[in-house]
Design a protein around this ligand. Structure first.
Ligand code: APR
Ligand code: PHB
Length: 399
């Protein structure tokens, strides 16, 4: 007969140690609320996973208020503007003069490292390599999480479960299908991304719309460049030699005056990411609350994924804190509505940036001219640039 499960209790069971789960855990800890974080991967894996790297001003402020902003403040690269390049010319959008805010370039895995360190320093549990995680009794007063660790079965009895387990996690699929509406759009192109040991060729990010396809210049540090090119989603990475990637990058970033140049360096990482917009409505079922990629996905243009995960975690932490402080379920009841209101605006922005910057397979000559006119308008009209800057640096946080 199998050994009986080891039974434990916590206030909030958190599935997933990505930005959503870790921010939530730390915000709850600061309010004296206990949680257990369950993560299927190893600590090393989540601390090395390469993802995007742009933090909105509000995300930077949140991490600083939580006491996890010291290294970010020292090492993060503050950018006051961004460049759009098309028809062989660059056009800068100056965030600072338009909206008085900026963004910080700091890799997501560095945010994860800082949050894991804070969690461990606070004595809060993170169970790495938790196997066969499953969630139960979601509409009951005490929902449960079952998992295995080192061959031992565990049952965690909770007041609330936070599903922060990303797009491929187990929490969203545990909600009855008929209780959810899913909105989805898959794009007919992908991003091939590289990390290169090369000083960034520009101090600020460059989003390029070129007839060969989109390209993005970003960075991780003064020594490391992060570069992306649009490719076919079915593309085989083995067909992309370093030389072919650099050739495409040179062509797509080239300026008409021939004065701009791209510095090459050894490629240290290479991967292809699909592009998708995805929304789950509602983001709650009984006492299970979805946050971050478990509930929604945005295409990477504009780098909103982590920022949206952070605001979900912030709303959920407030909702749970209010509940324990006063018994009020006001914010808990409105959790989905509050998060989805922001999510749809960010969905629109990410879709818009994506549509404006990529070559759309099968597009007509008319579509192409319309796209270039839109870029011209966005970069030359103060009203349009202001809207872009407001979205890019992050919409205000509201509950
Ligand atoms: N059990 C436990 N943990 C799981 C399970 C599972 N069954 N399935 C997935 N996980 C873990 C993943 O290993 C990962 O560490 O959940 C975590 C989810 O983290 P992220 O995917 O980083 O998602 P999230 O925290 O919502 O962060 C939002 O936006 O667009 C993105 O790149 C961006 O990942 C970033 C994010
Ligand atoms: C990144 O640095 O990885 C990055 C930057 C901007 C984006 C997407 C990704 O829009």
């Amino acid at each position: 007969m199998a050994d009986p499960a080891k039974v434990e209790r916590t206030q909030v069971g958190i599935v997933g140690a990505g930005p959503a789960g870790l921010i939530l855990a730390h915000l709850l800890h600061l309010e004296g609320i206990e949680s257990v974080v369950l993560e299927v991967r190893t600590r090393q894996y989540i601390e090395e996973r390469v993802r995007a790297g742009v933090l909105e001003q509000g995300t930077v402020d949140l991490l600083a208020e939580m006491g996890v902003g010291d290294r970010l403040k020292r090492e993060g690269l503050v950018h006051h503007g961004v460049e759009f390049r098309f028809n062989g010319q660059g056009h800068r959008i100056d965030f600072q003069s338009l909206v008085g805010r900026s963004i910080t370039v700091y890799a997501q895995q560095e945010v994860v490292k800082d949050l894991v360190a804070a969690r461990l320093a606070s004595g809060g549990p993170i169970v790495f390599e938790a196997k066969d995680v499953s969630v139960h009794d979601l509409t009951a007063k005490s929902p449960k999480i079952r998992y295995q660790k080192d061959g031992v079965e565990h049952e965690l009895i909770c007041d609330f479960i936070a599903g922060c387990d990303g797009f491929h996690g187990v929490c969203r699929p545990s909600i009855p299908e008929k209780s959810l509406t899913i909105y989805e759009r898959v794009y007919p192109f992908a991003w091939l991304g590289i990390l290169a040991q090369a000083p960034p060729s520009s101090e600020e990010l460059i989003y390029a719309n070129h007839k060969l396809g989109f390209a993005l210049l970003s960075m991780r540090s003064p020594e490391i460049s992060r570069l992306y090119i649009q490719c076919d989603p079915e593309e085989d990475l083995t067909h992309w030699s370093d030389a072919r990637i650099w050739e495409q990058l040179h062509l797509r970033f080239a300026t008409r005056d021939g004065k701009w140049s791209l510095t090459e360096g050894p490629v240290i990482q290479k991967s292809i990411a699909e592009m998708r917009s995805f929304v789950t409505d509602p983001m709650q079922y009984g006492r299970l609350f979805l946050a971050g990629d478990a509930a929604h996905i945005v295409p990477p243009t504009g780098a909103k994924g982590l920022n949206l995960a952070a605001t979900d975690a912030r709303v959920l932490a407030r909702a749970i804190t209010d509940f324990y402080a006063s018994g009020s379920t006001d914010i808990l009841d409105r959790y989905s509505e509050i998060c989805l209101r922001r999510c749809w605006k960010v969905q629109h922005f990410s879709w818009w940036m994506t549509s404006m910057l990529h070559r759309i397979p099968g597009e007509s000559a008319f579509d192409r001219q319309r796209q270039l006119a839109e870029l011209d308008y966005v970069t030359s009209s103060r009203a349009a640039s202001t809207a872009l800057a407001e979205h890019y640096t992050g919409l205000p946080f509201t509950i």
